[in-house]
Design a protein around this ligand. Structure first.
Ligand code: FES
Ligand code: FE
Length: 368
């Protein structure tokens, strides 16, 4: 796959006769278990942005394929990952979703680990006990454009190799420098794939998102990534507008100051990356069951925007919180209908070429 294909309208990359997935992909616990094993246990999974662990001792937790992982910045500034499991009797170590520690201390018998995972304190153990035998179990953590990814496999493909086909496509947005202003967590009664499929088309926009459609014509999508694990392109924004409640830019620009486009990309398997002229919005998807998905949505801005009188992040947050909820509602309606016996795979519209491409890549991974 070439990194920079020409922009094509959605219909131009459509595989005619593509249909939605069979019912079991949305309701079967067996399929869900295979996804957790084949996808979430093996692929690079987005867990956050480096600004969330900005200083040594900052940590966040992630639950990946049922495993709790601590992502922490160590004293040397490196971001590391460890299973959240004490090497003494297995207790969970960190309990808060995010925090700051000078060392990782077990709440049970107070074994203490340095931020690079070495056991540095184990009260009253026998004389022959060697602390160097009991470091925390590490997981692979690497960053791409400032976003932190975790891979649970022991010999993970380097993240740079995974993203190599994209080249420097994203560097103009300077994503690693952005700072978060807001996170909203959503608990959605729908299969995680419905959220990808919904994100990947605007066929639904004129009916579901009247406010969005006023600012961004629903048939203006053009894509330059239309096969493989990375999919998406841009939609037009009316000249001089942004995707905010007021319709005006709410912060200093990010990226290349292309004011007339908003870029939407899905990064398999759990990242949605939306790049506006004045902010980035990032969704993390966390499948919890065949019919339930947790989504964390972060809004990130140009660091120079903070503190200025023209900085109004709520204008973007409130707009997308409204649009997000409109989307979750139709995803939940889809889940409800798909779960019934009358459901049969339906034909994708030519305007749904990207959901069809997403399904194709997903099925290729499930077959491995
Ligand atoms: Fe952690 Fe005992 S289980 S110190
Ligand atoms: Fe939508």
């Amino acid at each position: 796959m070439k990194s920079t294909l020409p922009f094509r309208r959605t219909a131009e990359s459509f595989s005619a006769a593509a249909k939605t997935l069979p019912q079991e992909y949305f309701i079967s616990p067996d399929v869900f278990a295979i996804e957790q094993e084949q996808i979430f246990s093996r692929q690079w999974i987005l867990v956050g942005h480096q600004s969330q662990v900005a200083t040594p001792g900052d940590y966040i937790l992630a639950e990946i394929a049922g495993e709790s992982v601590i992502i922490v910045r160590d004293k040397g500034g490196e971001i590391r990952g460890f299973y959240n499991v004490c090497r003494h009797r297995g207790s969970r170590l960190c309990q808060e979703k995010a925090g700051h520690v000078s060392a990782i201390q077990c709440p049970y018998h107070a074994w203490t680990y340095s931020l690079d995972g070495k056991l540095i304190g184990a009260p009253d153990m026998d004389a022959g006990f060697d602390k160097t035998d009991y470091s925390l179990a590490a997981v692979s953590v690497q960053s791409w454009e400032g976003f932190i990814f975790v891979n649970l496999t022991e010999a993970a493909m380097p993240l740079a190799k995974w993203f190599a086909t994209l080249g420097s496509k994203f560097s103009k947005w300077n994503l690693s420098a952005l700072l978060p202003a807001k996170r909203i967590d959503y608990d959605i009664n729908a299969n995680w794939k419905l959220i990808f499929q919904n994100y990947s088309e605007c066929y639904h926009c004129s009916g579901v998102h009247p406010e969005l459609t006023k600012l961004s014509p629903s048939d203006s999508a053009k894509n330059d990534l239309y096969e493989g694990p990375f999919l998406g392109g841009f939609m037009k924004i009316e000249k001089g507008r942004s995707l905010t409640k007021s319709g005006n830019a709410c912060a200093l620009p990010i990226g290349d100051r292309d004011y007339n486009r908003v870029f939407y990309f899905s990064i398999f398997p759990n990242m949605l990356l939306s790049l506006h002229p004045d902010y980035a919005m990032v969704h993390q998807l966390w499948p919890k069951s065949p019919s339930r998905t947790l989504v964390s949505c972060d809004w990130l801005f140009n660091p120079d925007a903070f503190g200025r009188s023209d900085f109004n992040p709520d204008d973007a947050v409130e707009f997308w919180d409204m649009v997000n909820r409109q989307d979750w509602h139709v995803c939940e309606l889809s889940q409800q209908g798909i779960s019934l016996r009358a459901y049969q795979p339906g034909p994708y519209s030519a305007r749904e070429s990207i959901p069809a491409a997403w399904d194709e890549y997903y099925l290729s991974v499930m077959k491995v």
